[in-house]
Design a binder for this molecule. Structure first.
Ligand code: GLN
Length: 187
């Protein structure tokens, strides 16, 4: 088992550290030829979705990744990664990979609340630390999208088939349970 982490921009190193703690090997996707490596699942980290989307296209990785995700490659996306997967970005004509049946609004928590940390429940796992950093909001889901977490009435984590996506960062502390959920339930 090996997990590929998209390593173009953002907090990919923190995701690698989580899998290291779990003794699960990772590899980085930085350029097109990295897609020739063998890997079983993909992590799309947080960062800046417009930059990541642009780099994916410029580096010629976009079509191949979109096809693989559509064909069932398990993927865990956090924050900007979730924006990359969304079928629709509200207030923005851009669509990136567009494989996940959700509509998101970028930077939805406004200036005052642009960063905050909570402890919440995720798919029945209690007291999971969740960091929201200029987080998007999931505003709509198609019917076969399962909601795994909510905070104050806003959807914060979803799953559709082998795509797991959340608007917060679970990888910034020492709690590895969401990565473990991804491995055991999705991959
Ligand atoms: N605000 C960023 C975006 O729109 C996402 C922030 C994050 O990944 N922490 O892409």
């Amino acid at each position: 088992m090996r997990i590929a982490v998209l390593a173009l921009q953002g907090d990919f190193a923190e995701h690698e550290a989580v899998f290291r703690r779990l003794d699960i090997p990772t590899c980085q996707l930085r350029q097109r030829r990295d897609l020739e490596q063998k890997f079983d699942a993909l992590v799309l980290p947080g960062g800046e979705s417009t930059v990541q989307g642009k780099l994916l296209r410029e580096l010629g990785m976009f079509e191949e990744l979109r096809t693989r995700i559509s064909n069932g490659l398990p993927v865990m996306a956090t924050c900007a990664g979730t924006i990359l997967l969304a079928q629709q970005i509200l207030d923005d004509p851009a669509v990136h990979l567009g494989t996940l049946g959700i509509a998101v609004r970028r930077n939805a928590y406004g200036r005052q609340l642009s960063s905050f940390h909570i402890s919440g429940s995720f798919a029945g796992i209690q007291a999971v630390p969740m960091s929201f950093i200029r987080a998007p909001q999931i505003e709509f889901c198609v019917p076969n999208v399962e909601v795994l977490a909510e905070h104050e009435g806003r959807i914060t984590a979803v799953r559709q088939g082998r795509q797991l996506a959340m608007t917060f960062h679970p990888e910034l502390g020492s709690d590895t349970r969401i990565a473990e959920y991804f491995i055991s339930e999705v991959v």
